[in-house]
Write a protein that binds this ligand. Sequence first.
Ligand SMILES: [Zn+2]
Ligand SMILES: [Zn+2]
Length: 706
Amino acid sequence: MSIARVSIPAPIYPYDKLYDYRIPPELLDLVKPGSLVEVQFGRRNTWALVFEVLESTEVPLEKLKFISSLKLDRPIFNREQLLFLKGLSEYYFYPLGEVCETAIPSAIREGSAKTLNYEKYLEGDFDPPIKNIHSENAPLLNPAQKKALEAFNESTQNRLFLLFGITGSGKTEVYLKMIEATLKAGKSALVLVPEIALTPQLTNRFSHRFPGEVAVFHSGLKKTQTRKSWMDVFTGQRHIALGARSALFAPLKNLGCIIVDEEHDSSYKQDERLKYHARDAAIKLANLFGAKLVLGSATPSAESLALVRNNEAQCLKLPERAVPLSKLPLVHLVDMKKSLSEKSFLIGESVPEQKLHDDFNASIEGDFYLSPPLREKIQTALNQKKQCILFLNRRGVAANEICRKCGHINNCPDCDVKLTPHFKELLCHYCGFKTRTPEVCSECGEKDHPFIRMGVGTEAIEAAIHFHFPAAKVLRLDRDTASESESLVGILNEFREGKADVLVGTQMVAKGHDFPQVTLVGILSADMGLGVPDFRSFEKNAQLLLQVAGRAGRADDPGEVILQTFQPEHPVFDLIKNNSGIEGYEEFISNEIAKREALQYPPTSRLALIRLEGFELDWVKKSAQIVGQGLSKIAQKTHQITVLGPTPSPLAKLRSKYRYQFLIKSTDEKTLHKTLAWILNGWETQRLEKEHNTRLIVDIDPVSMM
Ligand SMILES: [Zn+2]
Ligand SMILES: [Zn+2]
């Protein structure tokens, strides 16, 4: 066994191409499938992952280079994990070596044998037994939780569950018990959460229950922290990997159970480079290991409910809140049209007349979004020393700036996107471009403060709260105040400890937070997001609103939700207003699935997106034409695919690149894959990327259509 077949981290086509290297005599016993090595590739030295070890190869030995070094003398991945990486490369049309690059943290792949020396790193044994489990003070399970746990424990291997529990129903406690059972059976566990920085509380709960067993993974960690987490799992010191989607690649052995918390969350989909969906990938990984898989959510995705419907997953339901006296909050709808016509938003306030017309005054803009009923409820909560969350899914002061003379809107110079006004500047939320409000309108030349601000953002709401409730302490949670994970944790802790009365924020406030003192949730503009050109927009909106509403009344005090909308008759709001729990949500998603089935959209059909992007519009258009011709040929032959496009992407220009796209629908996954493989092959073999200065990007099971 003297030849190693390795994947190289480079954009290589065909994507599964491996390269042969000779194993030097001193490493013959050590290099195995899964070994991390260093090789010379072309003129550079690079890390590489060994996939196969062979006796011989058709290439004459003297033409082969030797492996330069071995980084760790045990393989980092086992057979199942190597198959997993290959499967991802194949399914997502992405070079295998670059899949490996996603899978192995840079702290490991760029380390040398010396820095990674785990004999030194390791103070105890390799693969020590599982440590104590700290379950003495664990809360007792209610009957529904018990039933869910029993189903998990009684199931054989390789079983898929959907843990469908309303907000506050105690899913985490069930996860902890499932993991306890897994560890007691001598196996390891993987827990995925959408954005781990947003849920520091969850990490604490896991670490407390399983002291010394939890290794945390996410992109916000420093290199040394990542290396420690990874080495802890690799050497078997810790048996639970907890993290965002990248934790999927933790080098766990003997994986017994995978938990995907908040499985509906769209941040499980990586939207750049390897465009994998961590939930779908987790299903593949569980299959390879024969592990049990639990998808958990209060608002499951249509995809997961479809798995239940097809008997591919078993549904475990938690229909009640875990805290005995806690109930789902009472929901009041406020019709903003009425609020607008009656100007009743000014009740009880003596706002000077000129302030009303001064659109630059953010507190007035924000003012409108505090309807009289909402203000009343905020006042009541403040009087009772309770906390409120106000949710608005837009950061900044306003939606955009418009010239009051000619209607010109300030756009980002590099993207086909409006600039969002913030207090001090105008900001592109896509590329980060910053500028100040121009003094003169570039379109009509108006010089006298031409720009007025329209719409509202979280900064304006914060200002409005300061204006109306000067005694209230306000915190704001959005990408501006919490760009770093430390500042984020700081804000969450401050609010939980009761150091503030009101938390204003974007969808970051909707994540699984547990704030027992929150009795009021205000959803300021529930319509936002309904008009998005996306077949999932109703589903996403319903999930977001139910999740935000679910932050209210999680302890003994009853919770209330004020939902402000211009379309109170919209079916999405019935779902929230009626508090119809699990059955109501199931019915809502059933209707969604039926609608999508008729239009050939997931989960009943499969979807892929092909995007062409480049700096020159003409080339992008021409490339789109070529790809379009290929696609229509296939569509005529098979009749099993439907092609939409080419059309300019909804974001037609991003970071100076023009974008055109196709959506390809098929009820047959294989046909869809064959189609894409054929298109890609033509593209790659004719080297059209170089020739046309245009990139072709494939996104399988896309989540964002923008
Ligand atoms: Zn103008
Ligand atoms: Zn931009």
